[in-house]
Design a protein around this ligand. Structure first.
Ligand code: NDP
Length: 281
């Protein structure tokens, strides 16, 4: 497998463009999945407090023999912990569960604009503390919309390094992604395969035939061509390897545009809408 490129973040840190997502990987199986992903060559793991499997990530890294320093780990603040003191305690628990004294990237998982009096800025300022004391090398957000980002820009000191958003051929989220890129915020695609829904699309199948690759590889290469970070999930080592093998071919601009044209707007969304999502767990 060709080496994974890295993307330089606004704070000067570097993130591998390909990551391994562990959403819905059961805690008891996470260690095995993460060790298998590291064996295949992944060096970036995407977990969250909400997934309940941070300790499994640590087990997988320990079992793999790959040094902690060579693995880029992302986790995310759970929705119930946006109050500053709760956020501080939850972050301590994350470091403990991951068996590490620093995390590479820590995100606010959801903006929850209808909760906490609409105040995600105070929560963000707590993440700024983690960055200042070095326990979070980079900090960022997830599922933030343009107005949320503009509010941080106006009221916060540190710019988010990353915005992890739903992005795949059926929800290209272009206005938001363009806003991020124009403002130095790296775009990270979650559910990059549209939870496998885009794999049977005839347009993707035709391009896969043209480039002699699988549909999953074509979709992941499309994220790569757009300059985004992408974090596919698979518990199957063969599919893990397939998803990681996307750095030795390219798509033409016509192929990229044909995939982008599959956008279904709001109908393509597979997850909740960030403006209204208010689940506290
Ligand atoms: P993905 O788009 O990565 O799709 C995962 C699904 O596709 C699984 O069913 C998997 O099955 C299947 N699959 C993976 N690779 C292949 C392949 N090569 N061929 C056929 N099927 C394949 O969706 P996710 O929702 O899992 O998103 C990925 C990651 O994004 C998450 O794990 C998480 O880290 C992050 N995320 C973040 C969110 C946020 O709010 N910030 C929200 C949702 C996700 P199998 O495992 O059996 O291979």
């Amino acid at each position: 497998m060709a080496e994974t490129p890295e993307i330089e973040l606004v704070d000067g840190n570097r993130i591998p463009q390909l990551g391994f997502g562990v959403f819905l990987v059961p805690p008891a199986e996470t260690g095995k999945a993460v060790a298998a992903a590291l064996e295949v060559g992944y060096r970036h793991i995407d977990t969250a407090q909400m997934y309940g499997n941070e300790a499994g990530v640590a087990e997988g890294i320990a079992a793999s023999g790959v040094p902690r320093s060579e693995v880029f780990i992302t986790s995310k603040l759970n929705n119930a912990f946006h109050e500053p003191d709760d956020a501080r305690e939850a972050f301590d628990r994350t470091l403990f569960a991951l068996d590490t004294d620093y995390i590479d990237l820590f995100l606010i998982h959801w903006p929850l604009p209808t909760r906490y009096g609409g105040d995600f800025v105070s929560t963000w300022k707590v993440l700024e503390e983690f960055a200042a004391d070095g326990r979070a090398r980079s900090i960022g957000v997830s599922n933030f919309l343009i107005d949320h980002l503009q509010r941080l820009e106006a009221e916060a000191d540190v710019k988010p390094a990353v915005n992890q958003i739903e992005h795949h051929p059926y929800l290209t989220n272009r206005e938001l992604a363009d806003h991020c890129q124009a403002n130095g915020i790296a775009v990270e695609s979650w559910s990059p395969l549209a939870k496998a829904e885009a794999l049977d699309d005839p347009v993707i199948a035709a391009i896969a035939e043209e480039v002699d690759r699988t549909p999953a590889q074509v979709i992941l290469r499309w994220h790569c061509e757009l300059g985004y970070i992408f974090i596919p999930k698979s518990v199957n080592p063969q599919r893990m390897a397939e998803n990681a093998d996307v750095f030795d071919f390219s798509l033409t601009s016509e192929q990229v545009e044909a995939i982008s044209a599959l956008d279904r707007g709001e109908e393509g969304r597979t997850g909740p809408h960030p403006a209204t999502f208010d689940w506290l767990g």
